[in-house]
Design a protein around this ligand. Sequence first.
Ligand code: NAI
Ligand code: 15L
Length: 264
Amino acid sequence: MKRLLITGAAGNLGKILREGLKGYADILRLSDISDMGQAGPGEEIVTCDLSDRAAVHELTRDCDGIVHLGGISVEAAFDDLLQANLLGTYNLYEGARKNGVKRVMFASSNHTIGFYDRTTLLDETVTLRPDSLYGVTKCYGEALASYYYDKFDLETVSVRIGSCFPEPLNRRMLSTWMSPRDFVSLIQAIFDATMTGHLVMYGVSPNKSVWWNNDHAAFLGWNPQDSSEKFRAAVEAKFPAEDRQDPAVIYQGGPFAANRHFED
Ligand code: NAI
Ligand code: 15L
């Protein structure tokens, strides 16, 4: 791997990869609209708004792979999501195609399927049930990735990330948590694979209680190591027992499913 582009490099997951992928590629090209500090050894810094097509075309030049994290990462006004997540992801794929990039990791989200209830074990074949406008933009990203593979042979692994934080922040995350270490090893597995096609999978650590099945992605050889179980006692002590009637508890998407429509 000569040059790996990471969009959204100033964000939470971008910072994890900036540190965790040091030395993985000859050059990490780090991009965001926000400040990323100075380039270190083996790094290139490119400030770029994903909604600027010409700039994204230049951004994606001479890259062997792309980790596409950039965009709005929570529920937001449609007009903002339109620019960052819809137009931005389209520009990214057009740039990747025209510049001959081989493979993309698309940071999809569990909010593509957030309206399934927590007693249902999901695999990658389930019908999408987004729980937010944000979740809808991730469904669009997965569809775009599928199209660019079928039409142009541009591979993508769309990872429906659960909750990637240093530790679970609430009771729900005991099921959805993916450790930063497992996230880094997932990215390596994705770009080490001989082929992926367009693969949809879940980004989650092997927690004791999980809602998602990744058996179909075993060929990647990803071997996640961590479990939320070591945080359970502290999380349960901090947060009261859950109300079974609460939509934020019934649905996998939690508050994203329970919250009001953002535009109202
Ligand atoms: P974040 O919000 O910390 O980082 C996103 C980055 O994208 C920010 O640095 C922001 O400046 C940048 N960005 C926003 N609009 C942009 C634009 N128009 N042009 C260029 N850059 C832009 O989010 P985080 O937590 O790092 O997540 C990264 C990705 O993973 C996001 O796409 C998010 O939707 C997805 N994801 C994250 C999860 C998590 O647990 N952290 C869970 C599920 C999905
Ligand atoms: C996401 O998609 C968000 O980007 C992240 O901030 C968390 O809210 C995560 O989902 C989650 O469901 O915990």
